[in-house]
Design a protein around this ligand. Structure first.
Ligand SMILES: Cc1cc2nc3c(=O)[nH]c(=O)nc-3n(C[C@H](O)[C@H](O)[C@H](O)COP(=O)(O)O)c2cc1C
Length: 246
């Protein structure tokens, strides 16, 4: 196995950080890795907002529903889907942008932000740093928009904490490969037994790491997915100018 594969296959989210700063040099390298990532039609419809300020990070921790690792890690990077940038280009070309008014546009922008997030995480981990992606900022997107002074046609889709790891964690097991990899066609029939097996594996994992209150996968997903988990996303996205296929 090569170093890149070893790094990627050893992924874990870290939620315990030392106060030590991340050097400018490291941060520049990490961000360059994301900047070089691909985007749909080379639209470059993703922007990052890097927050080091402790008071701001404490506020983001609060916005995300009380996630102390956001205040603890010295860097928080927000991934912004940015149709403001593309609109400037479209208008320069004498046209009117409508992409942001469609589900297609929102999917493309969010996908590009996801690629950038992946690159940020891999780059940070390659430097020995810890990361944890944060979707919790969508709990109150307007607060993030205000805090980061985001213009219309932008939306903060996720963030990532970056810092020096204080206490590492064991890897969280995944559901069986056959639930993820399908060859030629999607195969549904194996899923119920793979889900049952994974519920047991995850329950065992929680016990192993001393968190016996941890839920099996199906119960945990049900906890989130029985409601629209972040209901402010739709109204705030509309306020920002995103409209899905009126
Ligand atoms: C888009 C995205 C958003 C996430 N949001 C949060 C979050 O708000 N808080 C958190 O502690 N973890 C968050 N996570 C981390 C997941 O909980 C974690 O990836 C998952 O439990 C698997 O654990 P692992 O990353 O250690 O393998 C997020 C992950 C992703 C990909």
């Amino acid at each position: 196995m090569n170093e890149t594969l070893r790094l990627m296959q050893s992924h874990r989210s870290n939620r315990s950080y030392k106060p030590d700063p991340v050097s400018e040099q490291m941060l520049d390298q990490i961000i360059e890795a994301a900047h070089r990532g691909p985007t749909s039609v080379n639209s470059q419809q993703v922007s990052l907002v890097v927050v080091r300020d402790g008071a701001k990070r404490a506020r983001i921790a609060e916005i995300a529903g009380g996630q102390p690792w956001i205040a603890q890690a010295p860097v928080f990077i927000t991934l912004v889907v940015d149709f403001h940038k593309t609109r400037l280009g479209v208008e320069k070309a004498g046209e009117r942008q409508v992409a942001h008014e469609s589900l297609e546009g929102v999917v493309a922008g969010t996908l590009d932000a996801g690629i950038a997030l992946g690159n940020l995480m891999t780059a940070a981990r390659s430097l020995g740093l810890g990361i944890v992606p944060i979707g919790g900022i969508r709990r109150d997107p307007q607060a993030m928009i205000d805090l980061l002074q985001l213009p219309p046609l932008t939306f903060p889709v996720a963030g990532v904490c970056v810092g020096h790891i204080a206490e590492d964690v064991p890897q969280k097991p995944r559901m069986g490969m056959a639930s993820f990899r399908h060859d030629e066609v999607y195969r549904q029939e194996l899923l119920p037994s793979l889900i049952s097996a994974y519920d047991d594996v995850l329950a065992q994992y929680w016990r192993q790491i001393g968190r016996p209150e941890g839920l099996p996968w199906s119960a945990r997903v049900a906890e989130y997915y029985q409601t629209v988990y972040f209901p402010k996303v739709k109204p705030v996205a509309a306020t920002q100018g995103f409209v899905c296929d009126k």
